[in-house]
Unconditional design. Structure first.
Length: 574
């Protein structure tokens, strides 16, 4: 691997910006020198478990009792990707959960500082003490990250079983609880996911908090039956909780009324899904049809999920939408939507056909392999650095009693990968002899867990995407990507970090084929998406590669970067 270069673009008011290709630090050289296992270029991708070596061993999530007896215990906890200390690499926040007996006195949040810049390798330290986040002990679920007060530092929003929390970042690894000052603790209850996005095009970040159930932790619902087996109850038959929308007023979030029935919400995507320049909101619901709130401007939203095909799958069935990801799977320049679902059902790919979202799950090969799995966090990731994006899903059942014999689905399940091959995806079936070498290089593909949330980002600054997974009532796992460039030699990637990131569309011109990435509000599941756009390159570029970044307020910046370069593109000078 060659050295990673970093360039920061302090954008002026020019339509085309010169790119400074001089390195900001010697991070890449330090990473080159770090000891590593021998690389194998004969397999399409290779991840190694770096949990212990990176300092994350012993970080365990709490989500109620084990085994779970109530629905509030089975969703797990989210993860936050945040540059909390302003050094350019992405730290981790684990807000953590609690128990029914003490829903506001859990083991507490953890702030895990990334030391890639300082050490030149994949390493974290527990920097919770003194960060302010040691005071966060509420049962937590969703996480959103963004600069809500426009001071240049990333902030943290956490959805809880109680009052949602806003932690304003100070840029030095410390956070201040601004919940009351910003007005988001106004309606305690169960918030499953939170998302930030510029919904009114004024340049700041507004907030959507997705509700799941109205539930009293002191009186969880009685049990139910599933396939003749006694299991925990819900969500059907229980009272759904309405979503809440907030406008950023500069120094406070102000509630806005958006007309919509309450449903069992679990996740959301905030992005311009219809290409009109305004950020839309897609809410993924459990056992209810999804809601697609098309942004009409001036804080007017209209649910067009049924009309556009996003409400249900092709058969018209409402699914148990949990994980959500967006990517351009058909290279037509529009964002397509993938979602994960319950076992004995397929995950779903809605291809964007100029405003109509067509369920193309089976034709694109994404039904294969998914029915025995209960999917959670998911993301499109270019594992092979071939320009298009593959798909990664983490899995695990909600019922501790689940077995293949009784429910056609096991309680613990391995992650799943679908490789993009031409116009379709192919499931990486670990039992297929054709995948034997790939499984040997990636033993995590056959290791069963009860996974829930995950985040996907280049944590060690080496130009490929690493994965952190949070297991339900279990430990974090860090899967380090050991990508090896193919026989072309040289660097085969570019990483672009827009500032601000949320809502930005990044377009990289690769071999006359524009490659697009949308940095969305919301995330893989109860977690935020990476604030960076990672792009593999299909050919050897002799010179700079053209890049364009668009923001929801209409700002467009154009620049270029060399292969193997990380660049920061700012919407405006600070």
């Amino acid at each position: 691997m060659s050295g990673c270069r970093v360039a920061i673009l302090a954008v002026a008011s020019l339509p085309v910006i010169a790119c400074d290709h001089s390195p900001r630090t010697d991070v890449g050289d330090a990473i080159d020198a770090a000891p590593a296992e021998p690389a194998d270029a004969t397999v399409a991708f290779r991840f190694v478990d770096a949990t212990a070596s990176a300092g994350l061993a012993g970080i365990v999530t709490t989500s109620g009792a084990d085994p779970s007896t109530a629905i509030v215990e089975v969703k797990g906890v989210g993860l936050g990707l945040i540059d909390g200390d302003g050094d350019g690499d992405l730290d981790l926040v684990v807000p953590n959960g609690a128990t029914l007996a003490s829903p506001h006195a859990g083991p507490g949040a953890r702030y895990l500082r990334n030391l890639a810049v300082e050490t030149g390798r994949l390493a974290f330290e527990d920097a919770t003490a003194g960060s302010g986040l040691e005071a966060h002990r509420d049962w937590s679920f969703g996480v959103a990250v963004g600069d809500v007060n426009d001071d240049g530092h990333e902030d943290l929003v956490v959805g809880t079983l109680g009052s949602d929390r806003l932690w304003l970042g100070r840029g030095d690894g410390r956070f201040e609880d601004a919940t009351d000052a910003w007005g988001i603790g106004d309606e305690p209850g169960w918030t499953s996911s939170v998302g930030l996005g510029d919904l009114d095009g004024d340049g700041d970040l507004d907030l959507v908090a997705v509700g799941y159930l109205d539930l009293d932790p002191a009186a969880p619902p009685a049990t139910s039956t599933f396939r003749g087996i006694e299991v925990l109850s819900g969500p059907r038959g229980l009272e759904p909780r309405a979503d809440r929308w907030y406008e950023n007023d500069g120094d406070r979030f102000v509630r806005r009324a958006v007309e919509a029935p309450a449903r069992y919400g679990l996740n959301l995507v905030i992005a311009d899904l219809d290409g009109d320049g305004r950020q839309d909101v897609l809410v993924g619901n459990d056992s209810h049809p999804n809601q697609f709130f098309r942004n009409l401007g001036d804080w007017r939203f209209q649910d067009e999920a049924v009309r556009t095909g996003l409400a249900t799958n092709r058969e018209g069935d409402a699914q148990a939408t949990m994980g959500m990801a967006i990517g351009d799977v058909d290279d037509d320049g529009t964002p397509d939507v993938f979602s994960t679902n319950f076992s004995s059902d397929t995950n779903t790919l809605h291809a964007n056909r100029d405003g109509w979202f067509d369920d193309r799950t089976r034709p694109l090969g994404l039904a294969e392999g998914s029915r025995p799995l209960l999917g959670w966090a998911c993301e499109f990731v270019d594992l092979e650095h071939d320009g298009d994006e593959d798909l990664v899903v983490v899995n695990g059942h909600v019922y501790p009693q689940a077995t293949i014999e009784t429910m056609d689905s096991a309680a613990t399940q391995p992650p799943a990968v679908w490789r993009r091959e031409g116009d379709r995806f192919r499931f990486v079936d670990p039992t297929d002899d054709a995948n034997a070498a790939l499984v040997v290089a990636n033993p995590w593909l056959v290791e069963p867990h009860r996974d829930r949330s995950a985040v996907f980002a280049d944590l060690d600054l080496d130009g490929d995407v690493d994965i952190v997974v949070a297991e339900h009532n279990g430990p974090l796992r860090l899967l380090e990507n050991r990508h090896v460039p193919d026989a072309r030699g040289g660097d085969d990637w570019i990483v672009v970090r827009p500032v601000p990131a949320i809502g930005a569309e990044v377009v990289v011109q690769d071999e006359h084929q524009p490659r697009r990435r949308w940095i969305r509000g919301g995330g893989p599941f109860q977690s935020n998406a990476s604030p960076e756009a990672h792009l593999g390159l299909t050919v050897t570029h002799e010179g700079p590669v053209p890049i364009e970044v668009r923001w929801p307020d209409g700002t467009v910046r154009r620049t270029a970067a060399l292969p193997g370069e990380r660049i920061v593109v700012r919407r405006r000078d600070r």
